[in-house]
Structures are given as C-alpha cells and as structure tokens.
Design a protein around this ligand. Structure first.
Ligand code: PPS
Length: 347
C-alpha cells in the first residue's frame, strides 16, 4: 500500500497529481529538474514518494532514522549505524557480516524509495512491518517534511551534515555518473549558481541543516547532529558516541576487545569498496538504476580545493554563513585555501 488506509496502490496517484502541480525548477544540478514543496526542492521523481512517505509511514519508538542531504556521507552512516545496532547478531569482525554481502543501501533502505515502489506484491507498509526492530531507515527529506510519527514516537534521528562545498563537488560527480543515457548535465557554473540560490536536491542546504540542528538542540536525547568531517577525524570516538545515543553503548569488555575499531574498519571506504555488491551490484529505483560503485568515490575532506577557486568557495561559505546566522549553527571548520584555479572558478 503506497498511500495509506485504502490498501490500494492507486492511492499513489494523488501524490503524483500533487507533485506535478508544484512549482518546478528550470533545471537541476545534474540532468533532471526539481519540484518545490514547503520551501524545499525535491528531485522530481522523488517528490510523490516523499509525500506518500510523509503521510503513510508509521514510526516505532525503536526506529533509527538516518537523515542527510545527498552526498553528505549517507552510505557510510548507514553502514556504521547498521553495524553498531546489529552487532549482537552480527559481529563486525565476522567475515560473513551482511555488510560484506549487501550494499548499505539494501540493508538500510531510503524510506522514499520504499514508497516509490508501486508493486502491489511488495507494498512498503508490509515490507516495513516485516523488518525486525530496531529498524534502521534513511531519509533525505527536511525535518519538517518527516511523518509526524517520527517526532511523536520519540524514535532516534541521526543527522549527518557535510561541508556544502564538498557535498556540491560530490553531487556533481555522482549526477554525471548516474545520469540517464543521452541526457545532458547542467553546466558547472550554472549548477553552482543554482546551489547558491538554494536550488539543490532537498535544499536549500542551509535550511535543511538548520531544521535538524534546531531539533537536536531542543531534543538532544532523540536527535543527534553529526558532521562528516568529525567522523573522518575520529571515527572510533564518533561510533562510540553514536552507540551511546542509540541506547546500545559499547561495554568495557567490547572496548577492550576492539569492537568499535572493528565496526569502523568494516565500514571503511576501502573495505566497502572491495565488496562485490558495492562494486558491481545495482541500485534500482522505480525510475532508473545504476551501479552501486557510484556511491564510493574519494571520501575526502576538502576535495573542493581541486575543483573551486578560493573566490568561488568564499561565495558559498559566505552565503551559508549568512543564512545560518542566528540559528546557533556554524560550519566554520576545515576552511583551507584552494590549490587550483579554473576559468569559471569551477571544474
Ligand atoms: S547518497 O547518494 O546521498 O547516498 O551519497 P552519500 O553516501 O551521502 O555520499 C557519497 C559520498 O560519501 C563518500 N563515502 C564515504 N566516505 C567515507 N567512508 C566511507 N565508507 C564512504 N562511503 C562513501 C563517497 O565517496 C562520496 O563522497 P565523495 O566526496 O564524492 O568521494
């Protein structure tokens, strides 16, 4: 059932009708346009699923919802949280660990992708019902567009943000890699202008971050705000903090046995990239499919320096700083100087 009470997949058509009536962007950062809903831009093909998810998903108090802007480290966070939460059943050092056989995106599905499926034989409600607790699920939607039950159930929400400059660079590479055959990418400079205007998938990026930040300050026991840069800096410390937040802290005995380190090693870029399912497996949605390898590129902090001049970087930093003013959130970390220059300031 996609839409709710009537048990009928046709309920989805009302979301498709609503989605097609919403304002559309001229272009997107890749090859596809966006739709605007309640101040946020959604990739066109995800608008109806996101609306269906908001209305139909019923959170359990034991659920763990991972929330990110695209290209902020979602795949890594999925793997880390899955390995931490399920370590009782699957030891991170076990060579038969599910993360060594399946993509993190299979083990921790995006909620909107479940609602994108219109197959009556696999309705999202049933799939979700059958998932054992604690269910780990992911969203890109802004906090205000989450199902009311997420807040009401008191389930845990883990938000991961990343320097928007690195996320932009990552997004452009990814969109180029996965674009439907024969489609053309929006040129770099135009895509950057759109990003700075707030037109990006699930953007504006600053509003997305500010919403989750505000919620993490108001309800620190239920919403945690993490940064990709901090995860890279201290993965083991971050994993231990995560486990505590999720109500399953590592015991002294586990720490002595190096279980947190094993979880980090299992989810490392090199290990994940070597998994067959991540190398040649396919990420399929109702709209199109592409290789899982597109989720793994460099995984570095500051890769923007190879693609933006300092002037271009400062423009985005300035906009983000200005937009976040008064929110209590500042991204003023890891600011370096760009090392290469290009004609448009972008490559
Ligand atoms: S998506 O499409 O939103 O799910 O993409 P997402 O996973 O958020 O972002 C992809 C970027 O994360 C990097 N990545 C990792 N970094 C560190 N460790 C691990 N294990 C890892 N897995 C993926 C990936 O390389 C993308 O960043 P860039 O900068 O493009 O390398």
């Amino acid at each position: 059932m996609v839409a709710g009470e009537d048990g009928c997949a046709d309920g989805f058509s009302k979301y498709e009708a609503l989605a097609s009536s919403l304002p559309t962007s001229r272009q997107g950062l890749g090859s596809l346009p966006y739709r605007k809903h309640d101040g946020f831009w959604y990739p066109e093909h995800l608008m109806a699923p996101a609306l269906a998810m908001r209305d139909a998903f019923a959170a359990r108090p034991t659920d763990v919802i991972l929330a990110t802007m695209p290209k902020s480290g979602t795949t890594w966070l999925k793997a880390l949280v899955y390995s931490v939460v399920h370590r009782g059943r699957h030891a991170p050092a076990d060579e038969r660990h599910p993360l060594l056989a399946s993509s993190p995106h299979e083990l921790v599905p995006f909620l909107h992708s479940l609602y994108e499926s219109r197959s009556p034989s696999a309705p999202p409600g049933q799939l979700l019902e059958e998932m054992p607790s604690p269910r780990v699920l992911a969203v890109h939607s802004p906090f205000t567009a989450l199902p009311a039950s997420v807040r009401e159930s008191g389930c845990r929400v883990v938000y991961l943000c990343r320097d928007p400059k690195d996320a932009f660079v990552s997004l452009r590479h990814y969109l180029d890699e996965i674009k439907p055959e024969g489609s053309a990418m929006t040129p770099s400079a135009e895509a950057f202008d759109l990003f700075c205007d707030g037109v990006s998938p699930f953007g504006p990026v600053w509003d997305h971050m500010a919403e989750y930040w505000k919620e993490s300050v108001a309800r620190p026991g239920e919403v945690i705000f993490l940064r990709y840069e901090h995860l890279k800096e201290d993965a083991v410390g971050s994993v231990m903090r995560l486990a505590k937040f999720l109500g399953c802290p590592f015991t002294g005995e586990e720490v002595a046995r190096g279980v947190p380190e094993a979880a980090v090693a299992l989810c490392s870029m090199d290990r994940m990239r070597s998994v067959e399912a991540n190398r040649s497996g396919v990420h399929g949605t109702a709209s199109w499919s592409f290789k899982n390898s597109a989720f793994f590129r460099k995984g570095e902090v500051g890769d923007w320096k190879s693609h933006m001049t300092p002037e271009v970087a400062q423009r985005l930093d300035g906009i983000v700083e200005e937009k976040l003013r008064g929110s209590g959130l500042s991204l003023a970390i890891h600011r370096g100087s760009a090392s290469r220059r290009f004609g448009s300031g972008l490559s």
